[in-house]
Design a protein around this ligand. Sequence first.
Ligand code: GRF
Length: 218
Amino acid sequence: MLTSGRGSNLRALFDSEADGRLEGTIAAVISNRAAIPALDIAATHGVPGFVVPHEAYADRDAFDAALGAAIDATEPDLVVLAGFMRVLGPELVGRYAGRMLNIHPSLLPAYPGLHTHRRALADGVRIHGCTVHFVTAALDHGPIVTQGAVPVRDGDDEASLAARVLAVEHRLLPAAVGWHCEGRLTVADGRVRVAGAIAPADAALIAPPLSPERLSSS
Ligand code: GRF
């Protein structure tokens, strides 16, 4: 797992592993920053944490080489990015093609990059959410494994919207990682198939909700 800070998605993964919902184990946590909560969470679970400080390297290639070596040393079946605040170069991404997932706090392809909640609020969107996708060399881009949507409420600010999305992130990421561990994910023509997934119910998230009369007349 690669992360740069708080580590709440890491905690969600540990929780799902502890509950027996994850057919896999977290081998290591790697960060570009020292002294972050995510490394404490790893230590609490007896999982090694490694720091590859980006500022110690002359350029991105040198950082990527060091980061790649740190990842390779753990011999992971899957690399998971959650809040890892460095862009990875094409060589490293290519080496882990199909074995690297990222969670992003928007309904991609809307709002790649930073400040997704602020931008969604500024645009007045009614529905926002999060995405787990395979990583490609393009920022916040790649075949989409799963997405979760939440309504944007009238009184929302950045913090309240972020919290609502984060709660969904904590459900989506363990699910996506679990599917990978179970060998259920395949990618064809840029689309991900989840073997055995139940087809989406014929239900819609409508925000703001329609009044009962409107629902019944449809
Ligand atoms: C999450 O919102 C994730 O989607 C984004 O960065 C945040 C990381 O949070 N990429 P945490 O460190 O997992 O708490």
